[in-house]
Design a protein around this ligand. Structure first.
Ligand code: UD1
Length: 345
């Protein structure tokens, strides 16, 4: 029998790519999404890529009655991969209560449901934001977590702690938190990708929208950092590589290969890339000259961070396969696809 996996935030950016990988690996997938930041049609697009359109349940995970109703009527679920969350760093500073309520109440409701309905495994979508500016680079999982610079980041840190405490108190639940560095790119089919609402906050959607002509220019936030070219350094990984790590993590839990009830893994390439290098990569991959300008630093930005992914390499047998240029190319193909069709999706 196929293992049944619930993917919350399943029509979102990373959720949809993970759903494709799960289906292609033979899992049955149920998506849950409130469509706050995504569209139902994504489920069909997952079907176009993978050959199977997953069941999509549209409701809000903050609604405990709906959560319980779902899990009492959908029996035999093996694991939950929990992506559903608000994720705009800047917005979270202005709307902290919305962020804490949405990201944490949904998690509490899911953990309650796991206990109530006997669902043993969760894979949690966390972020390198929990490290703040690390003292040592590359950063390993045992680096101290720091007070988050934004309420969004804090919801990831608190979310991890809630999960850790829950699995430590209940031997029937096991979990893995995956700390992503900077996911970019899109599926090579260009049928799914990132759909930022309004003006994008993140670098790559801003680059592709500038290349398409939606923005006049890209602002590079600072060139006076203590880095070789003065711009900030991040670890950009292809979203398809990231999605595959979730399949491996779920499999590890189902096959009981986890070393403890709660594990944490960094997911990154291990290579730091500056904003100016990222721009060069986009230009190389697409042949498009990007209009950009150096401006002042963005408040709250970390100067430099990149992963030590060796724990995930060793324990999960996972490593990134796509290059930065590949990721930029797919991001561009996706952008063109959305704009050409003049669609919202
Ligand atoms: C931030 C969060 C991360 C979160 C991610 C997704 C922190 C420390 N990091 O990542 O946890 O998962 O957003 O929303 O809170 N840049 C420009 N011009 C732009 C946009 C970005 O120069 O128009 C630069 C930024 O200064 C940064 C790099 O590009 O150096 C990447 O920025 P971004 O894509 O926003 O990601 P993070 O800030 O790393």
């Amino acid at each position: 029998m196929k293992k049944k996996i619930v993917v919350t935030g399943g029509t979102g950016y990373i959720g949809s790519h993970t759903a494709v990988e799960l289906i292609e690996d033979g899992y049955e997938v149920i998506l849950i999404d409130n469509l706050y930041n995504s569209e139902a049609e994504v489920a069909d697009r997952i079907g176009m890529i993978s050959g199977i359109t997953p069941q999509l349940e549209v409701f809000d995970l903050c609604d405990q009655e709906r959560v319980n109703n779902f899990f009492s009527t959908n029996k035999g679920i093996d694991a939950i991969i929990h992506f559903a969350a608000y994720k705009a760093v800047g917005e979270s500073v202005n709307k902290p209560l919305e962020y804490y309520r949405n990201n944490l109440v949904s998690l509490l409701n899911l953990l309650d449901a796991m206990k109530l309905y006997g669902i043993p495994y969760m894979v949690f979508s966390s972020s390198c934001t929990v490290y703040g500016q690390p003292e040592k680079l590359p950063v390993t999982e045992d680096a101290p977590t720091r007070p988050a610079v934004s309420p969004y980041g804090n919801t990831k840190k608190i979310g991890e702690e809630i999960i850790r405490d829950t699995v430590l108190s209940d031997n029937n639940i096991k979990a893995i938190s995956l700390r992503y560095f900077n996911p970019i790119g899109a599926h090579p089919s260009a049928l799914i990708g990132e759909l930022p609402q309004g003006v994008p906050e993140n670098l790559v959607p801003f680059i592709t929208q500038t290349a398409w002509g939606l923005m006049d220019e890209l602002k590079v936030f600072g060139n006076d950092y203590d880095t070789p070219d003065g711009s900030c350094i991040r670890d950009y990984l292809h979203v398809v590589d990231l999605a595959k790590a979730h399949v491996i993590a779920v499999q590890r839990l189902i096959e009981n290969r986890n070393k403890s009830n709660y594990e944490v893994f960094n997911l990154g390439t291990g290579k730091g890339v500056s904003v100016l290098e990222a721009i060069k990569s986009f230009e190389r991959a697409t042949g498009i000259k990007l209009k950009y300008r150096i401006t002042r630093r963005r408040p709250g930005d970390i100067e430099k961070i990149w992963a030590d992914p060796s724990l995930a390499n060793r324990e999960l047998g996972w490593k990134t396969l796509s290059s930065l240029d590949d990721a930029m190319r797919t991001a561009w193909e996706w952008e063109k696809n959305i704009r050409k069709k003049n669609r919202t999706l």
